[in-house]
Write a protein that binds this ligand. Structure first.
Ligand SMILES: Cc1cc2nc3c(=O)[nH]c(=O)nc-3n(C[C@H](O)[C@H](O)[C@H](O)COP(=O)(O)OP(=O)(O)OC[C@H]3O[C@@H](n4cnc5c(N)ncnc54)[C@H](O)[C@@H]3O)c2cc1C
Length: 388
């Protein structure tokens, strides 16, 4: 055993939406965890995020729904839907955690299992080692934890998304619904956050020239205006009006539905949640909510199997029992989540392929599959992840 290694009960890799939601869900069940986030501060890239009925149910379980509801208008026509500022969501999840839960500047480089106990040992970028009883990988689409589990690297649609806010100090006067418009392979959407702030996005083909724009908001704006030059004036004005600081350009990644159906999402006491498990195209507006649902289900499964992770782990024979119980809890979590995620990833995969192809034949085939195979258009919002 390495004498220098720090011992922790539960480590969550990544302090994005799903990492923070998982830490909060565990905290609500009286279970302590440590979130290791490689950035130096909380990040909220992407301006706004739509949370649909199922996402609000999960946020209710985490006890943060009421305060978040006050920050955003109700969007008409799709159950309870609101578009939140990402920073509001991240802040609401983080501020209810006990002090010291999040460690910034803490990147996990690699993971191995202890030869004797089979619990994970983490190698950090600052040279330190951490031994933990449980590791939950919420480290996004390029996850080291998913890598450790043997999951295939996530793939990229030939598409990118530009997102931002436009601020109207005297009120935008937009209707409170999600307005989407598609011309060829470009899709644009607009939804109000409150009476002054509107979130917009443009999904378009990804061209090699776009890679130059990733970190340059002026260039992102220019490219975006170029792609929507045939759109109505109101849509062009929205982008001209945008807050440059809120702009981001993102390539769209996915984990294929068949990989979600067959993937091994647990090894020993290590599992994944959020985009690390199921990154999907943004076409349903569900990736973030699915990560919050993961958090509720995982914390419920873990808490049902163990009352106190720390106490059980006092000697080698108890370690063995603990290892088994954690494994059973994680298997239950994966079982509960798998088919829910397969359906959503199938729909987003097909929609991404539809937007990414120029072949009319392929488009027609995809449309037929979408109509024939998938349940009603809003089936994904009716899901309830259950009580925490
Ligand atoms: C264009 C677009 C629009 C979207 N719109 C919506 C929407 O309207 N509604 C919705 O619900 N979802 C939406 N999504 C999906 C949603 O944004 C994601 O599903 C969600 O942000 C994923 O959160 P996460 O915490 O799993 O991953 P991330 O947000 O990627 O967070 C991962 C965190 O882990 C950290 N990290 C990574 N590696 C390590 C490491 N080795 N060690 C330590 N830390 C590490 C990163 O710094 C990061 O903070 C959209 C996505 C896109 C691309």
């Amino acid at each position: 055993m390495d004498a220098a290694a720090e011992e922790l009960d539960i480590v969550i890799a990544g302090g994005g939406i799903s990492g923070l939601a998982t830490a909060l869900a565990l905290h609500r069940k009286g279970i302590r965890s440590v979130v290791m986030e490689r950035s130096e501060a909380l990040r909220a890239t992407g301006a706004g995020i739509a949370i649909l009925t199922n996402g609000w149910r999960a946020l209710e379980e985490l006890g943060v729904a009421s305060k978040l509801r006050q920050t955003a208008l109700l969007v008409q026509g799709i159950g309870e839907a609101r578009c939140l500022k990402r920073s509001d969501l991240i802040k609401a999840l983080a501020e209810d955690l006990p002090p010291g839960t999040i460690r910034f500047g803490c990147q996990i480089l690699s993971i191995k299992l202890d030869d004797l106990s089979y619990f994970p040992i983490l190698q950090l970028s600052n040279g330190k080692l951490v031994r933990s009883k449980i590791l939950i990988g919420c480290d996004g689409a390029n996850s080291v934890v998913a890598d450790f589990l043997g999951l295939k690297p996530t793939k990229v649609f030939p598409l990118c998304a530009v997102r931002g806010y436009a601020n109207y100090p005297h009120g935008h006067g937009f209707s409170t619904d999600l307005v989407r418009l598609r011309k060829g392979n470009v899709m644009s959407g607009r939804v109000p956050i409150d009476n002054n702030l509107a979130f917009w996005f443009v999904v378009q083909r990804l061209y090699p020239r776009d890679s130059k724009a990733f970190k340059d908001p002026e260039l992102i704006k220019e490219l975006c205006l170029e792609s929507i030059k045939d759109f109505p004036r109101e849509r062009i004005e929205l982008i001209k009006n945008c807050d440059l600081n809120s702009l981001s350009l993102t390539t769209l990644r996915y984990r294929a539905p068949w990989e979600i159906l067959l993937g091994r999402f647990r090894n020993g006491c290590v599992t994944v949640a959020g985009d690390a498990m199921h990154v999907m195209g943004p076409f349903l507006g569900q990736g973030g909510s699915a990560g919050i649902e993961d958090a509720v289900v995982l914390a419920r499964c873990l808490s049902q199997k163990m009352n106190s992770v720390g106490q059980l782990a006092s000697n080698a024979s108890e370690d063995h029992i603990l290892w088994q119980q954690i494994g059973e809890a994680m298997d239950q979590y994966v079982k509960e989540r798998r088919m829910r995620l397969v359906w959503m990833s199938t729909q987003t995969y097909l929609t991404g392929k539809l937007l990414g192809t120029s072949s009319m034949f392929v488009k027609l085939c995809i449309l037929m599959v979408l109509v024939l195979v998938l349940p009603s258009p809003l089936y994904h919002t009716r899901y309830h992840c259950g009580r925490l």
